[in-house]
Design a protein around this ligand. Structure first.
Ligand code: AMP
Ligand code: MG
Length: 421
């Protein structure tokens, strides 16, 4: 037994201990440089800092006229001020060389995104310019109220000053982070390498979609769920076809999968039934147990094994137990292996809307609906949340934890819960 402590003796651990043991085994990820558009869903391998100010130049925030405030003092509908509009600056043009202009009381026609020359200090929006004599806004503009200094002008750095932190190392790059990086012209991004995970469904009864459902057979659903979830997290996933309940065959497949994957996740055959071979197969493949029982329901037989840097997580075959194991134990490992800065599960607290009457020798994790109610989170356990059922997958937004000891929990009791994504 690896790292056996008082609590982990005999391979029995709490969910938190199992999570801790697994994340401590996740290898630190490598780095690679990818094109910006390829960085979606990856984790930043470095911190990114703004290399210049945003906006990079004085910029008009509205369509209108750049003016000098001083020229508009005293303007009123009775005594309007006339400004000479000699030129326009479109978005994309340079304001360089466009200075005070020849005449006093001059203005420049500008548009949202246009540069604003240094000698102008306000923008009067076009709707406020009473009348323009001339063509296309060039000519004479009639202003009937004073301009306010600085109005509708975004000064350089007003949005993001130079040298501001854009992205911490370990931050997942989503569309918002993409926009930040693109705004500063980052063409390529340094990201962490993806972990490779192999998924192995175990069970004589399992067939793949496309195959006939002979009597006694079921379609493998856990394999697809694990593959989808891990891919969504950004891992490279190899889902293997279901394997029969044969110790030597399972051992061979685990051994082979470890050649390319640091983590192998099996589902099924981890219990103590006559045909449950996940555990002996792991040992046959040369692995040592990290834990062989987790104090949780469903999924008590969930186990983990290690061989050198390679890790195996053996999940139950029951869909709800497999799901709980994925959320509670597999995901934290994968997040850490992916270089994420927050890899441990983050629990929130909420109030049970309905009671749960099931004996709880161990903490019980139940699929629930979650909604905000009166400043707190309200959790409604889904009907049909039985270990072997898949019905409770639809609508489940949370995994609520009913504490150990007792016959369940009463409505109104406060519980910890994990958001399902
Ligand atoms: P086991 O963990 O092998 O004892 O399986 C427990 C229950 O889950 C049995 O009813 C299995 O048929 C079912 N099961 C096992 N593996 C899968 C799978 N990959 N997809 C769907 N159900 C499964
Ligand atoms: Mg089985």
């Amino acid at each position: 037994m690896i790292e056996a402590t008082e609590k982990t003796r005999n391979g029995v651990v709490s969910v938190e201990e199992a999570e801790g043991l697994l994340v401590s085994r996740a290898l630190p990820p490598g780095k690679e440089v990818v094109e910006l558009s390829q960085a979606l869903g990856r984790t930043a391998a470095e911190a990114y800092v703004s290399p210049f100010s945003m906006p990079p130049f004085r910029r008009a925030a509205m369509d209108g006229y750049a003016v000098k405030t001083i020229d508009t003092l005293g303007a009123s509908p009775e005594q309007p001020v006339l400004l000479f509009v000699e030129s326009e600056l479109k978005a994309g043009q340079s304001a360089e060389g466009v200075q005070g202009f020849s005449s006093e009381r001059s203005a420049v026609r500008v548009f949202t995104g246009s540069p604003v020359p240094a000698s102008f200090d306000s923008i009067i929006i076009q709707e406020r310019v009473r009348r323009v004599i001339g063509e296309d806004g060039i000519g004479v503009a009639q202003i009937d109220r004073p301009a306010e200094r600085g109005q509708h002008i975004a000064e350089p750095g007003k949005d993001i000053p130079e040298c501001s932190l854009l992205l911490k190392q370990g931050k997942r790059i989503g569309p918002k982070e993409m926009a930040l990086l693109a705004s500063f012209g980052f063409e390529r991004v340094s990201v962490h390498t993806k972990p490779t995970v192999a998924v192995l469904p175990i069970g004589e009864e399992l067939v793949l979609p496309g195959q006939p459902l002979l009597p006694g057979r079921i379609y493998d659903s856990n394999g697809f769920m694990l593959e989808a979830s891990l891919k969504e997290m950004g891992a490279t996933v190899r889902r293997l076809p279901p394997c029969a309940d044969r110790e030597d065959e399972i051992a061979r497949l685990i051994d082979q999968a470890w050649e390319t994957a640091d983590l192998v996740v099996t589902t099924g055959g981890v219990s103590v039934g006559r045909y449950d071979y996940a555990k002996p197969a792991a040992e046959l493949a040369g692995a040592e147990p990290l834990f062989t029982k987790v104090l949780m329901r469903p999924g008590t037989p969930t186990s983990a094994y290690a061989r050198g840097a390679k890790t195996l997580i053996a999940l139950s075959g029951n869909p709800s137990a497999c799901f709980a194991g994925l959320e509670l134990l597999v995901k934290p490992y994968v997040r850490k292996a992916y270089g994420s800065d927050s890899y441990l599960n983050e629990w929130e607290s909420g109030v049970l809307e309905e009671g749960v009457s099931k004996p709880c020798p161990y903490p019980r994790y139940i699929r629930s609906r979650v909604r905000p109610a009166g400043g707190a989170w309200s959790l409604t356990p889904l009907p049909n949340d039985r270990s072997g059922n898949i019905a409770a997958f639809s609508g489940a937004g949370a995994l609520a934890m009913i504490p150990a000891g007792g016959q369940g929990a009463a409505a109104g009791q406060s519980v910890r819960w994990l958001r399902l994504t």
